[in-house]
Design a protein around this ligand. Structure first.
Ligand SMILES: Nc1nc2c(ncn2[C@@H]2O[C@H](COP(=O)(O)OP(=O)(O)OP(=O)(O)O)[C@@H](O)[C@H]2O)c(=O)[nH]1
Ligand SMILES: [Mg+2]
Ligand SMILES: [Zn+2]
Length: 201
């Protein structure tokens, strides 16, 4: 859910996302199997999705980041800074183990800083704990789900929000398994969230 929320925000500002699942050295075989299923869902949408671990060098990621300006973002403690240290061992950026009592990161990175990996620049960022859709309107939400955006042109009604409207191509695509139900469920939750938000004056 947090990932989909994040993807919506990233799409809304026109940045190309690259999804990384970190610390896969800690995952069990069952967990890896589950992650592979998510990987195929996101790849079918058109996203790049990679399972990584800082116990291994990340040569192809280095190449991907070369000559670009990127931002690495995610919850506190997921290993953003550790990954940058792996990509460029000269950086020696500070990292911290996650808090045992709280079960989450300690907000070690406290400011945004651009660091170099090959000829690319990457902004390390502080971990966030919540995201909100304050700047996104109900009628644009579907644009930020690429698979919904693609189907929306076939909906019977212009301005269809793919919610309670009849003859909705998006809902049909969910029923036919062309759109992952979990993605559509999140779309509906975000939509309801936006529709229930207090109006701003
Ligand atoms: N086992 C394992 N541990 C990792 C991996 N990557 C990071 N860690 C550990 O996870 C902890 C948190 O890493 P950080 O790099 O500080 O996390 P962060 O995302 O930068 O956290 P904030 O700066 O608080 O947002 C550290 O103890 C790292 O050693 C990994 O691939 N495998
Ligand atoms: Mg950090
Ligand atoms: Zn529709």
């Amino acid at each position: 859910m947090l990932l989909d929320q994040f993807l919506v925000l990233i799409e809304s500002i026109g940045i190309k996302p690259f999804i990384l699942v970190t610390k896969t050295d800690l995952a069990t075989e069952d967990e890896i199997e589950k992650l592979e299923k998510f990987k195929s869902i996101y790849e079918a949408i058109g996203y790049t999705f990679k399972l990584i671990s800082t116990t291994e060098p990340q040569a192809d990621l280095q190449t991907y980041l070369d000559d670009k300006v990127s931002v690495i973002a995610g919850q506190s403690g997921v290993g953003k800074t550790s990954l940058l240290n792996t990509l460029n061992p000269d950086l020696l950026l500070q990292t911290n183990e996650i808090s045992k009592s709280l079960g989450r990161g300690k907000h070690t990175t406290r400011h945004v800083e651009l660091v170099q990996v090959k000829n690319g620049l990457i902004a390390d960022t502080p971990g966030f704990s919540t995201l909100d859709f304050r700047n996104i309107e109900a009628d644009e939400l579907g644009d930020y789900f690429p698979e919904i955006r693609r189907e929306a042109q076939y909906c019977k009604f212009r301005g269809c929000k793919h919610y309670k409207e009849p003859k909705c191509a998006v809902k049909e695509a969910v029923e036919n398994d062309e759109i992952a139900p979990i993605r559509y469920e999140h779309y509906v939750r975000f939509l309801e969230n936006i529709q229930n938000r207090k109006p701003r004056y």
